[in-house]
Design a protein around this ligand. Structure first.
Ligand SMILES: Cc1cc2nc3c(=O)[nH]c(=O)nc-3n(C[C@H](O)[C@H](O)[C@H](O)COP(=O)(O)OP(=O)(O)OC[C@H]3O[C@@H](n4cnc5c(N)ncnc54)[C@H](O)[C@@H]3O)c2cc1C
Length: 458
């Protein structure tokens, strides 16, 4: 609880109606996409301008109050849950697209712009903002930058970091920091944009982002391919890349996930298939046709059963299986734990096998789906938090999944970030020296540890 006098200081900065402090109003800010122990903030503020954020930071410094900046709260690693009460600074009222320049191909946005809003805007003008997290209709661009969000198009088009040209952020003292810019090339000063991407609110509050946009591909074609053997699906992924074809998306569902989706939706997925690949190619029409033929040949050679989408509406129908994966798995048991282990794509067959053997070893249900093209798998554990004995087995299984990913030269997180969920595993991947270096940076840039404390192990 904070005093009325302090509340008034917040109201002076952003206006009375942009300050929430009642039990009911702050409750929803104690959760995000990662279900852990909720911690309610003392106060939630919704600034509309950079200067207000700067003043809020000054005030929080004076009060020694922790600050957690929050977009839509859709992250899956606990990044937006305050761990020490304090102040949540919501970017929901900073949601303007400030400029789109189609000649120099960039967009300038406030951090609270919803990802899909920008993507739809540029698409209407024949342009393309490729990073497409599945959550793009709810996530903000500020949250995407802070988590280095990826998506279905990662294989061909990269992830958020590949589209950040520059930004403005407010540091822990309330100073404005500008980095990067509107030019394709920029070598003046440190690459602070690169430093801020994936920083999960630990080093500054991003108030403006300059994002690269590209011309929209002229054509695209899509297919699904089902296989009676998971290895044949994984082999097809490796063969397609080896044939120098780069699909825009190449997604995979395992048998457990296929059956869960079909049980939930009855859309006609082949429940006996051990895996389905969802493949989309885009680019120049002639190029797309050539590559489409190569992909079909490879999948046939690996005994895949191909369904081609003849139109956009057919593609949307076929793609439902992939889109419904997470929500369908969520129906299976009361608790869903979505992991994000990622390996070099050539190691996907090994990782898939490892996940299956971990599922058997600990007798727990795991459905796996994900971005086969870039090695980013989502082993999804279905369990029940109310069963402590099963939860012990689940924790051991998660440890082994991470160990397996690291043994295969992979990472704990391909796109969901560390937050509080994966902080205790980070040293295993990065080593002691790296953790110490991160802590030194944090100490130097946020001496009192007030910017989103307790995240990324800091
Ligand atoms: C159903 C579902 C599907 C998803 N699919 C994907 C996917 O395909 N790919 C993927 O990468 N992620 C996915 N996610 C996770 C999530 O949507 C992303 O992590 C997204 O980037 C979070 O955006 P947000 O606006 O919700 O940020 P929040 O959750 O509010 O915040 C995330 C982190 O960013 C920090 N932050 C937010 N705004 C700022 C700012 N302006 N300045 C500094 N730091 C800031 C916060 O402090 C926090 O640490 C999915 C989530 C759900 C629920």
């Amino acid at each position: 609880m904070i005093s009325k006098a302090i509340l008034k200081e917040f109201q002076k900065i952003v206006g009375k109606e942009k300050v929430l402090a009642t039990e009911a109003a702050t409750m929803s800010y104690s959760y995000d996409g990662f279900l852990d122990k909720p911690v309610k903030p003392d106060v939630v503020v919704q600034p509309q301008q950079d200067e207000q954020i700067s003043k809020l930071v000054f005030l929080c410094q004076k009060l020694e109050m922790p600050m957690t900046i929050r977009g839509s709260g859709s992250n899956l690693s606990g990044g937006a849950i305050p761990v020490k009460n304090g102040c949540v600074i919501s970017t929901s009222a900073m949601n303007k697209i400030k400029q789109i320049d189609y000649t120099d191909m960039y967009a300038v946005v406030q951090p609270g712009v919803i990802t899909k809003t920008l993507a739809d805007n540029v698409e209407r003008n024949g342009f393309f903002y490729p990073p497409d997290p599945s959550s793009m209709s709810i996530s903000t661009l500020g949250g995407n930058v802070a988590e280095n969000a990826g998506g279905l198009r990662g294989l061909k088009y990269g992830v958020t970091k590949d589209y950040v040209m520059g930004m403005t952020f407010i540091d822990s003292d309330g100073n404005t920091v500008k980095t990067g810019g509107k030019t394709v090339k920029q070598a003046s000063g440190f690459n602070l944009s690169g430093f801020m991407v994936g920083s999960e609110g630990s080093f500054g509050l991003i108030t403006e982002i300059i994002l690269k946009i590209t011309p929209r591909p002229a054509a695209s074609r899509a297919m699904t391919v089902d296989f009676d053997d998971l290895n044949k699906a994984s082999q097809s992924v490796a063969d397609i890349i080896a044939a120098k074809v780069l699909p825009a998306t190449m997604e995979i569902l395992d048998n457990y996930t296929i059956r869960s989706v079909e049980a939930a939706t009855s859309i006609g997925l082949p429940v006996d298939a051990q895996a389905i690949l969802f493949i989309e190619l885009d680019g120049h029409p002639a190029h797309v046709d050539d590559d489409f033929a190569i992909v079909q040949k490879i999948c046939k050679k690996n005994s895949g059963n191909i369904k081609i989408a003849r139109s956009e509406s057919e593609k949307n129908k076929l793609w439902q299986g992939r889109r419904k994966a997470l929500s369908s798995l969520a129906r299976v048991k009361p608790t869903l734990i979505l992991e994000d282990a990622t390996v070099p794509r050539s190691k996907i067959p090994d990782m898939m096998k490892k996940i299956q053997s971990i599922s058997k070893k600990f007798n727990i249900s795991i459905g796996t789906f994900g971005h086969a093209g870039d090695g980013n798998l989502h082993p999804t554990i279905l369990t029940d938090r109310r069963n402590p004995e099963e939860m012990k087995r689940v924790e051991k299984a998660i440890d082994e999944i991470f160990d397996a990913a690291l043994e295969l030269d992979g990472t704990l997180s391909g796109e969901h970030g560390v937050g509080i969920a994966k902080a205790r595993y980070l040293e295993k991947e990065l080593g002691k020296g790296t953790i110490l270096f991160m802590k030194k940076l944090k100490k130097g840039l946020d001496e009192k540890n007030l910017l989103n404390p307790g995240k990324v192990g800091l």
